[in-house]
Design a protein around this ligand. Structure first.
Ligand code: ATP
Length: 388
């Protein structure tokens, strides 16, 4: 294994620091798994048998970069251009109640691996011995392509692992091992015990994945959508599309709830505790979708919504509705109040009406370019001045 950070061989450096400080360190989890699978992973987890923060500061003195420390768990994150290194104090976890956050106790590498979700995530690279420690047969499961929990209570302790199992199985085209699969099916109802924040986090992790559609299809297959969203229909069409300049989670979130009824917006807000930006985007989406399909359009509100809403909203509507949406979206005006003022009409209540007229002309294909918008405005203003 070789990982370079700031042109320094990280594994060699960890070994040097471990030998000097007598604090053992291990590269663990996703990065070992992905290295063996030949997949790139720039989120490096280092577990140390000792104080993670102290170790992280020593590492920082060699690697520079930025550091953020988390006192409670004695962990720290170093970051570089696109790479992050989490330094974790080895710990043991106890779950006092299903779906609660665990209580912790500082411990050794074995216990730190034993608190993990699946065998494929329990591989630890011992930098001193230069070998992989495999306490739970993770290597074999990785070869066979199996997602397997470490113990039967795993999903009860932490139902977010249900989402994680689906995520890993789909991402790597792995199978969920039979017993794990049955345990998982039996714990679906326990998802209700998770907080809205934790559920949102899992849904958004899925929405960021390149196989998001397949993952959401699996959530539906297991009936997880019913537990979380209770009767709200999810849309999985067009979920995998990526647009470079758009925020992928927001775009996909909007596509996922494309058919949401207005009365259910508050339910989504409550169940996922989405932030104000997401809530506003969802409201705009539902409004515009309904307007597209109604006879008596509220031109003023459509125009204003299109002007100020997020690009992701417009893209979701365009992708879902095709030509029908294009007609309205292309109405987005380039002219502003300032342009009307420049044409000699003092600011006043007529501005809104003029803009509505230009907008209607644009969606009806009468005008298209900025020059045409200005010319159209000019004509309208002349007519007004003549008192027509
Ligand atoms: P990804 O490629 O999705 O980032 P990852 O394996 O790096 O995968 P993280 O979510 O960054 O996943 O978590 C790091 C490690 O922490 C995982 O490999 C896993 O062993 C462990 N982990 C994360 N969440 C849980 C959980 N809910 N229960 C047990 N272990 C977990």
């Amino acid at each position: 294994m070789r990982i370079e950070v700031n042109e320094i061989d990280l594994i060699k450096l960890l070994k040097e620091i471990s030998l000097k400080t007598k604090i053992k360190s291990y590269i663990v989890g996703g990065v070992v798994r992905d290295f063996l699978l030949g997949v790139k992973n720039l989120d490096i987890d280092v577990v140390v048998e000792g104080d993670g923060i102290e170790f992280a500061y020593i590492l920082l003195s060699y690697l520079k970069g930025d550091i953020v420390v988390y006192e409670a768990f004695r962990t720290a994150t170093l970051s570089y251009d696109g790479i992050s290194i989490d330094v974790i104090s080895a710990r043991k976890e106890y779950y006092e109640r299903p779906a609660a956050l665990p209580t912790i106790e500082f411990s050794n590498i074995y216990d730190d691996m034993a608190r993990r979700d699946f065998t494929i995530n329990t591989l630890a690279y011992d930098v001193i011995e230069e070998k992989i420690l495999d306490y739970f047969n993770g290597l074999e499961d990785l070869k066979k392509g199996l997602i397997r929990v470490l113990h039967p209570k795993s999903f009860i302790d932490d139902p977010t692992r249900i989402f994680r199992a689906i995520r890993y199985a789909t991402r790597y085209s792995f199978e969920i091992e039979e017993k794990t699969h049955n345990l998982m099916k039996d714990s679906i109802e326990n998802i209700r015990l998770l907080s809205a924040d934790r559920i949102r986090n899992e849904i958004f992790l899925i929405l960021k994945e390149s196989k998001a559609k397949e993952m959401i299809d699996k959530l539906i297959y297991y009936g997880i959508d019913k537990v979380i969203f209770d009767g709200i229909t999810l849309n999985t069409q067009h979920l995998d599309t990526v647009y470079v300049n758009l925020e992928i989670e927001l775009y996909r979130f909007l596509v996922l709830f494309y058919y949401l009824k207005e009365k259910d917006i508050n339910e989504i807000e409550k169940r996922l505790r989405i932030n104000k930006i997401y809530l506003k985007a969802l409201k705009d989406l539902v409004f515009l979708r309904e307007q597209l399909n109604c006879q008596n359009k509220n031109i003023r509100k459509i125009r204003e919504t299109i002007e100020e809403t997020k690009e992701e909203v417009l893209k979701a509507i365009e992708v879902m509705e095709g030509e029908k949406a294009e007609k309205i979206i292309k109405g987005k005006l380039t002219v502003k109040g300032k342009d009307i003022e420049n044409l000699g009409l003092p600011p006043g209540s007529l501005y809104g009406e003029l803009m509505d007229n230009v907008f209607e002309a644009k969606i009806n294909g009468i005008i298209a370019t900025r020059d045409e918008e200005i010319a159209f405005l000019k004509k309208l203003i002349e007519k007004l001045k003549k008192g027509e």
